[in-house]
Design a protein around this ligand. Structure first.
Ligand SMILES: [Mg+2]
Length: 277
């Protein structure tokens, strides 16, 4: 079953809610064990997250040290929705920031006249290209929702007022709010991943290469859409609870009954089983 150097299956993981514990931002070891097994069977793996490179450098890459078959691939994590690339090579990480997608130059305008004295969330200062606000784990979802929508209204007013609508967009989830470059997104991350994939899969081979994208949010479908448009055979695995936006663009969608880490774990066990049988 081992076809060295021919990776015909690619797995692309969102991080939060997919390979982390559902209530805390810690990567689940049993998922990494399964991913390691996938790598041993010549699956190629990538991470595509909205998290910062600092998150990957402290919460993801140190954990990978235990998994030699992942490390041997020199894994790549696209962070901050495609704007920051972190590559692990021979025990070192290399970070690249695409500064044209940074919006921090507009910080003063975006936050003009806003008071950030909120109780349910904090600003994630580790982000180097976007403004991010994250729910405190101990705050209730209802309290966060009320406060973050209030902040978002003020920010939207500022974006409008300073004429920044053609440069900035926002992405709100159950636990966070990002103010980001209009082109930042899971599709930008996917685009960068494709440029890495080109090192070993030619454009002609794309139609014979299966890509599984894993996500828990509607915004994660953008990566499946992008891989599909680039000519790959794509399946999107949705492990989220909120699945109403399942609009297909020619790729297969698998809506798992088990959600978050349980969904990812079960699905990976299933594809390894299918691959080995
Ligand atoms: Mg997620």
């Amino acid at each position: 079953m081992n076809h060295k150097n021919s990776h015909q299956t690619i797995l692309v993981f969102d991080i939060d809610g997919v390979i982390t514990h559902r209530h805390q931002p810690e990567v689940v070891d049993s998922i990494l064990e399964q991913i390691n097994l996938c790598c041993l069977n010549d699956f190629k793996i990538y991470f595509n997250t909205g998290r910062s490179q600092e998150f990957c450098l402290t919460k993801l890459f140190p954990k990978l040290e235990k998994y030699p078959d992942i490390l041997i691939q020199n894994p790549v994590a696209m962070c901050e929705k495609g704007v920051v690339k972190v590559k692990y090579t021979n025990g070192k990480t290399i970070e690249q920031i695409d500064t044209k997608f940074s919006i921090l130059d507009y910080e003063n305008q975006i936050l003009h006249n806003t008071d950030l004295d909120y109780k349910s969330f904090f600003r994630d200062k580790t982000k180097v290209s976007m403004l991010s606000f994250e729910k405190f784990p101990e705050s209730s979802y209802a309290e966060f929702e009320a406060e973050i929508l209030e902040l978002l209204e003020k920010i939207k007013f500022n974006i409008d007022n300073f004429g920044l609508n053609n440069k900035l967009s926002h992405d709100k989830t159950k636990i966070s709010l990002d103010i980001q470059h209009i082109q930042a997104g899971k599709d930008l991350g996917a685009k960068e991943i494709i440029s890495e994939v080109e090192n070993f899969i030619s454009t002609e081979e794309r139609a014979n290469t299966r890509v599984y994208t894993f996500g828990d949010s509607p915004s994660d479908y953008a990566m499946a859409k992008h891989f599909k448009q680039a000519g790959f055979v794509v399946t999107h695995v949705d492990v989220g609870e909120n699945k109403e936006i399942a609009k297909s663009h020619g790729f297969r969608i698998i809506n798992l009954k088990n959600t978050f880490e349980d969904g990812t774990l079960g699905f990976l066990a299933g594809i390894i089983e299918a691959h080995l049988s």
